[in-house]
Ligand binder design. Sequence first.
Ligand code: ME8
Length: 512
Amino acid sequence: MKKFYITTPLYYVNDVPHIGHAYTTIAADVVARWRRLNGQPVFFLTGTDEHGSKISDAAAKAGETPQAFVNRVAGEFKKLWVTLNISNDDFIQTTQERHKKVVQAVFEKLKASDDIYKGTYEGWYCVPDETYFSESEIVAGNCPVCGRPLQKLREESYFFRLSKYEQPLLAHYAAHPEFLSPTLRANEIMNFVKSGLKDLSATRTRVSWGIQVPSDPSHVVYVWVDALLNYITAAGYGASAPGMRFDEVWPADIHLVGKEIFRFHTVIWPAMLMALGLPLPRRVFAHGWWTVDGAKMSKSVGNVVDPAKMCAEYGVDAFRYFLLREVPFGADGDFSEKSLLGRYNSELANNLGNLLQRTCTLLVKNFDGSLPPASQSRMLGDASRLLARIEKAYDGLAFGEVLEEIIGLMVKTNQYIDEMAPWKLGPDDKDKLAVILGECAGVLRALAVLLWPFMPTKTEEMWRRLGEAGSVEKDGSLWLNSLKAGRIPDVASEQKVQKGDPLFMRKSGKSQ
Ligand code: ME8
């Protein structure tokens, strides 16, 4: 069975990771976990983009060799992914030997097929962005991306025949509407391609920190051409990953990217793949950008949000949950700690935490922690329909909608408890109590499974508290399959329900 292949961008190592990087990686992780829960084999890739003058300049500033510097910062990313519970299967660094080999082989192959040729480039160059811009793109002599002044440069360069792929790209977009996702971003790309593609300068002579062209070592490969190829290196192209069969993984199912690099992934990348005769990724999905308290995140403003700090304050699960809950995936959003605190208290502590607490406490009090059977659930009666809606939302990467569905179930079940008021029932009402609490325990276990991709730690805690001996990670698939079929699985374990501490301790507000 082909693996479901999902990627994040390869992040630049000129700076340490922030919530923007965490966002894309958490989103990819949620998809990867959901697919695994559904029994699908997954290959989930992330990594770092480590070549180019921006990186070597940053290394020089830090007083380190470029390689030592990139390894150190890549280490910061890896450490954060452990903190954030990211379940990536591989972490690629573009300075690794396996990747250099692929880039060099691809370059020579495309040169041999005349998809790459030698010429001279003259244009407006943005040093920090390492990008040339045409006359029509520049804004009052400045970079259209970062606004900084541009330099007019002339250099010998190898070119990739991007222009040749104008029509094939348009034909591909038309035949595969999902390729450009979400659809609201598709027009911009199609218009860009329709307006005419110029060949792409694919090497640099003024940059030394990069992958050399084997047949002409004064040239290094343009950092974007280098970086994009990572997606096939890690998939085992040209046997670059021992033990991996390229066609078991490629093509990628989703390249998840931020909106600012959508064009690189939907124009240059597919054209390179066409030149190589490889199938194209099924979908490139661009999400929006986070600002912080209404402002663009920047070091000079001092408003860069450190994900590790947020996890230390609110816990990793609440942070993961919040990022995907707060803003519809695809749209821009604003991060505020106040809003994180609000959702933490209302949705996680009061709603989910309370439901678990009330149910477990009453089960311990009335049944000594033994779980009554929950085969006839009113709350979960339409579980298969709920799951169909959740699946559809996942297909559109509409994480907010997935969570809306789950929260709806939480709210409904809390209302049910309020109406039934089981705490008022006495020892003579054991049968009634068993039905109510069995119902709630069933829903709670369904919630643990459904929320697991978002909150892999707290849901395992829920699972244990509910008397399950295994883990959601191991047993969740079984549960999901039963729910899809409209059944609640029998309780397998002899373990007792535990009262425990609140799942999410309520937090008092910040002063602002
Ligand atoms: O572009 N809001 O790397 P990069 C949301 N190396 N997402 C954000 C964000 C924000 N404010 N800031 C960053 C590169 N991101 C290239 C990619 S791929 C072959 C090469 C996320 O370190 C988002 O995913 O600048 C964005 O696309 C990515 O980080 C850019 O990371």
